[in-house]
Design a binder for this molecule. Structure first.
Ligand code: 26Q
Length: 759
């Protein structure tokens, strides 16, 4: 049946009318059903082994457009709607975005699912179906507040499977009900699945804020992603979530193994398991438990699990490495305790070094240690990150198991992050080099031949301007924020964290503000845009948001400053906003303290969309710099080895870095002190601002003051060079041309070759 006939039939059945009589939401529902069915009916790819990608987060973004592209019917549907006088963009805006992730790690999992399917590899995701997501961010009195973010409508991408498993918790069992989201592969006839487990009786939405009864596990287990962990009930709930996900996932793996006709003692021949950070680490003892229940010896079970499981590390921040009190596990899943203790006993026997213990002297279970001992692969997510893991954070493990360590530099799917989010840029690239890059992003390098082609460079600038205009329009329409499309767009979007140093960007804003007030005008108008959610219990991060929102207000009402400098912060930054912001960006802010950002993936998306990076030599920025050359990136700041050195030393806090030394430089002091200036105190909350001020000058754990002068100079160089439009367009072109390396298709091919061996 033709597409238009199918659509007609669907709208008749559902709404009793023809498509042209439907409202936007009805058309969205009809297209959802149409594409969902097409994807669902596709067969799974075949292979000797099947991958299960376990992750507590999958930040999928809207799926309609993506799925239309993967199914190869995007242009047809767009035309069909146009014939009805309707716009696909408007229909897409009806789709709610699921907020099932915090940031990079969750979005990476989503890009990986897209690439695994596109490469025709058999691999499913396993996660949880959080009903109210992370949270929806709202600004009130220039402070972040959190409200639930429901996304599941009567019709959604979720497909009920009728499959469920019993998860045995200490003292009670809970049914894990399985929903699937089909993941169609681009350029092939297959589809994989994202398996999301849910409780049987989810609680209704808490209407006041994001508070709920954290003791009511049976109803609230899947209410929120990472509920506030500032109290013990929150942390315990997280362990319940983790065990629920991995126990149900492990049972699913064994059921599928059996239905494929294989016995449990051949698990590793047929199954690969990727553990996305330590959140799913309990899958290891759970599988050992289930395999021994099915008759394997502990030795054989451990051997199978080790050959199946591989662990990805995403962070070097010690505070983010999960350690759970054994008493938590005793309460949540007492049946795991003997397994973990036996693993601990064996590893201690072989490796008495206390730094590599699974259970430490305080009875804390180190999840990463369990993964490394009991898996066959450990990978970092960018070259520098993997080297730091080997040489410092995980050195004792690298000394024991050098063969397990490998690097897999992150990547992003160009289907969403170039083809879908900037179709005009994609079409321009097609005109230059044909459309082969859409299957093999490395071919973008052929664009290098156009570096001196003035028509192409001019067109590139026009496409960028069109995206800036579009963003201005959307910011105005949806957030009531007025921007100047003629200004330089400098964008920092990512989770709010002190190590990412949004506060250093705020100091830049202050320096420009003071310059303008003193009559020193910048070379050209600049707009500094932010988007960031802060963890609800992370007070310092919330204070930084407060500072940014106060600066915005201060500048917004100052007619002397406003023409030259504008600041805006997108409320509830998410994947959809990223898709609008990234194509409109001139300068990509990647300014983490060197050694702290494992990789970054926003940096790659910006680059692919022709933004020029302003960044430290951290994470994948190092690889970006190597690829584009120093002409085409602005780097600044202390190097990672220097920074690592500064964290060792004789000061009372264990470092040799003394923020006051930097604070007392005249150029720095006036910036920091502005936080408690009468102008700002008149706008903001004096307690919040002065706490932030105190922290910045006395603590500055992530060393913003160390790099701030160099940062300001680098950004000013960047803004100066922007004036030579042709030269700038050439930088944009080189960045796009070199971005192909950061396709997640490349990353997934490497995971498959080195770790999963699926085909
Ligand atoms: C840990 C313990 C208790 C509660 C929460 C957590 C927790 C939750 C989320 C720890 C970490 C995360 C998320 C981490 C994350 O997003 N990391 C990012 O991963 C990206 C993909 O590899 C990298 O590009 C980023 O550099 C890294 O910060």
């Amino acid at each position: 049946m033709q597409l238009n006939e199918q659509l007609w039939q669907l709208t008749q059945e559902r709404f009793g009318c023809a498509p042209d009589q439907c409202d936007d939401h009805q058309l969205y529902e009809a297209l959802l059903l149409l594409t969902r069915n097409m994807a669902q009916n596709r067969p799974a790819p075949e292979g000797t082994r099947k991958l299960y990608y376990f992750s507590a987060e999958f930040l999928m973004g809207k799926l309609l457009s993506n799925n239309l592209l993967a199914l190869g019917i995007h242009d047809q549907v767009k035309q069909l709607l146009a014939d009805l006088g309707r716009d696909l963009g408007v229909i897409e805006s009806m789709e709610p975005e699921p907020s099932l992730g915090n940031g990079g790690l969750g979005r990476l999992a989503a890009c990986f699912l897209d690439s695994i399917a596109a490469l025709g590899l058999p691999g499913d995701g396993v996660g949880l179906n959080y009903h109210y997501g992370l949270f929806r961010q709202k600004f009130a009195h220039r402070l972040q507040t959190e409200v639930p973010d429901p996304w599941i409508e009567a019709d959604s991408w979720l497909i009920p499977t009728g499959v469920s498993f019993d998860v045995p918790f200490g003292g009670f069992d809970l049914k894990a009900v399985l929903y699937d989201i089909a993941i169609p592969g681009a350029h092939n006839p297959y589809a994989n699945r994202l398996h999301l487990f849910d409780v049987a009786e989810p609680a209704p939405m808490p209407w006041v804020g994001i508070d709920f009864d954290k003791g009511d596990i049976a109803h609230h287990l899947t209410s929120f992603l990472y509920p506030d962990d500032s109290d013990e009930a929150g942390r315990l709930l997280r362990v319940y979530q983790q065990y629920f996900m991995v126990s149900a996932g492990a049972q699913l793996i064994l059921a599928e193994l059996e239905s494929r006709g294989f016995t449990p003692d051949t698990l590793a021949d047929h199954v690969a398991i990727q553990i996305n950070d330590t959140h799913p680490s309990m899958v290891i003892p759970e599988l050992i438990r289930l395999l021994t229940q099915r008759g394997l010896t502990f030795d054989d079970a451990l051997d199978q699990v080790r050959r199946a499981c591989a662990y990805t590390n995403h962070t070097i921040l010690a505070e983010a490495l999960e350690k759970w009190p054994l008493s938590f596990i005793e309460k949540v899943a007492p049946q795991l305790v003997p397994v973990i203790q036996e693993l601990d006993r064996r590893m201690k026997q072989a490796h008495p070094d206390p730094r590599v213990a699974i259970v430490d002297s305080q009875n804390l279970v180190h999840m990463a240690h369990m993964d490394i001992h009991c898996g066959h692969s450990v990978n970092g997510v960018a070259a520098l990150h993997t080297e730091i893991l080997k040489s410092s954070e995980l050195k004792p493990f690298y000394d024991i198991y050098p063969e397990k360590f490998n690097n897999k530099t992150n990547g992003v799917t160009f289907r969403r992050w170039l083809e879908a989010c900037d179709p005009e840029l994609a079409a321009l690239i097609d005109q230059c080099i044909g459309d082969g890059w859409r299957r093999d992003a490395k071919k973008l390098e052929e664009l290098l031949a156009f570096q001196e082609d003035e028509a192409v460079l001019d067109r590139l600038l026009e496409v960028k301007q069109a995206k800036k205009n579009r963003l201005c329009w959307m910011m105005w329409a949806e957030q009531g924020i007025e921007l100047d499309p003629q200004s330089v767009f400098d964008i920092q979007v990512k989770r709010l964290h002190e190590y990412k140093r949004q506060q250093m960007n705020a100091l830049y804003i202050i320096s420009k503000y003071l310059d303008i007030k003193a009559g020193r005008l910048p070379e050209r108008p600049v707009t500094i845009l932010f988007g960031a959610k802060a963890a609800p219990a992370y007070t310092m991060a919330k204070r930084i948001i407060h500072l940014i929102l106060c600066l915005r207000k201060l500048i917004d009402r100052d007619p002397q400053v406003r023409p030259w400098l504008r600041v805006a912060m997108v409320e509830n930054y998410n994947v959809t906003w990223a898709e609008r912001l990234i194509p409109a960006c001139d300068i990509s802010e990647q300014i983490s303290l060197a050694s702290k950002e494992a990789s970054g993936t926003g940096n790659m998306k910006f680059m692919a969309n022709g933004a020029v990076t302003l960044g430290t030599l951290d994470g994948a920025n190092v690889e970006i710099a190597q690829l584009v050359g120093e002409e085409n990136i602005y780097t600044f700041g202390q190097h990672s080895d220097t920074v690592i050195g500064l964290y060792k030393g004789g000061e009372p806090d264990g470092r040799s870095y003394r923020p006051l030394d930097y604070y007392h430089r005249p150029a720095v002091e006036r910036l920091v002190d502005f936080l408690v200036s009468p102008e700002l105190l008149a706008i903001g909350n004096p307690t919040e601002l002065s706490m932030l001020w105190q922290d910045m000058k006395n603590k500055d754990w992530f060393m913003a003051l160390l790099d701030v002068e160099d940062y300001i100079a680098a950004k000013d160089r960047c803004l100066h060079d922007y004036g030579d439009r042709r030269a700038w367009a050439r930088k944009m072109l080189v960045n796009i041309a070199k971005s192909g390396y950061f396709s997640s298709d490349r990353t997934i091919e490497q995971y498959n070759q080195d770790i999963w061996k699926l085909k």
